[in-house]
Write a protein that binds this ligand. Structure first.
Ligand SMILES: [Zn+2]
Length: 288
């Protein structure tokens, strides 16, 4: 349907954006508050992006007039909206001062959503890749439902350590992805270090919470292994040696893991996902 100029006027109800909200999330919340289809509002700003949803955070189809269109709908200055909506800020200032650290599409916890969204509509945020929980309400938010951390106290210091690392390393998000892959592959191919008792114990504690049955098993396992994933990500960012020999790096890293987890690391050698995914590529990148 072609855009009608008279449709671009302030909406009767205009909730403000949440800090770091995606454009798709904000447009959907504006639409719900005004009982209108979100796609109709989005089309007032430009052609509808493919698979438009609250997770969408693209300005690829926008024109130079789109920011002012959004400001009109929301009845708020563009500058105010841009402080809360990262995609809008980037659109207005594509050569911004600093590239953003690795970010992911996420959500606030249920309590924060209720506090920030008057209609209790879903709020989707762009979050730092290392942020896995709500500090205020002590809930794990990296899944479709919150998991309270009351019975998982060891997750808190692991997240705190990641917050510290995020201040020193811009590539923490990539290191966490790599650490998670290595841990998953250990689980499939045979654990070189016996963490089964910790993970089984944590899974038991996670599954005591009713919401845990509504989240995928993959997410429950991610939470159960999170403290160890954080330790491995730390080592990936700050390896025990900077040798160019991948085997030396492997031996040093396994010795360090053995020390940190206080148990024997069975060195599988070149077949170990730790070697394949971290030691070999890392040594290959290290200049001589
Ligand atoms: Zn919260």
């Amino acid at each position: 349907m072609p855009t009608q100029p008279d449709q671009l006027r302030p909406l009767p109800v205009s909730p403000g954006p949440v800090h770091n909200e995606t454009l798709g999330s904000y447009l959907h919340r504006l639409a719900i508050a005004n009982n209108r289809p979100a796609g109709v509002l989005a089309r007032l700003l430009g052609p509808l992006p493919p698979e438009f949803s609250p997770l969408s955070d693209t300005t690829a189809t926008w024109t130079p007039h789109s920011p002012h269109g959004l400001a009109t709908l929301a009845e708020r200055p563009v500058t105010v909206l841009a402080r809360a909506l990262p995609a809008l800020a980037d659109f207005l200032n594509p050569d911004g001062p600093q590239p953003r650290p690795h970010r992911v599409i996420g959500r606030p916890c249920r309590c924060c959503t209720a506090r920030r969204s008057s209609t209790a509509s879903l709020v989707i945020l762009v979050l730092p890749a290392h942020q896995h929980l709500c500090w205020r309400h002590q809930r794990w938010t990296r899944s479709t439902h919150d998991i309270p951390l009351t019975h998982l106290p060891e997750v808190i210091p692991a997240q705190r350590r990641l917050d510290q690392l995020a201040r020193r390393y811009r590539h923490l998000g990539q290191a966490l992805n790599l650490a998670r892959k290595i841990v998953e592959e250990w689980s499939f191919s045979g654990m070189p270090i016996d963490l089964a008792s910790e993970w089984t114990d944590r899974l038991d504690r996670i599954e005591r919470h009713p919401a845990s049955m509504r989240i995928p098993a993959e997410d429950r396992h991610h939470l159960a292994a999170f403290p160890e994933i954080a330790v491995l990500a730390n080592l990936i960012l700050d390896p025990p040696t900077h040798t160019i020999d991948p085997k030396e790096l492997y031996i040093a890293t396994t010795a360090e893991l053995s020390r940190r987890f206080a148990r024997i690391y069975t060195t599988f050698g070149t077949q170990d996902p730790l070697y394949q995914r971290f030691c070999k590529p890392f040594a290959a990148q290290t200049p001589d």
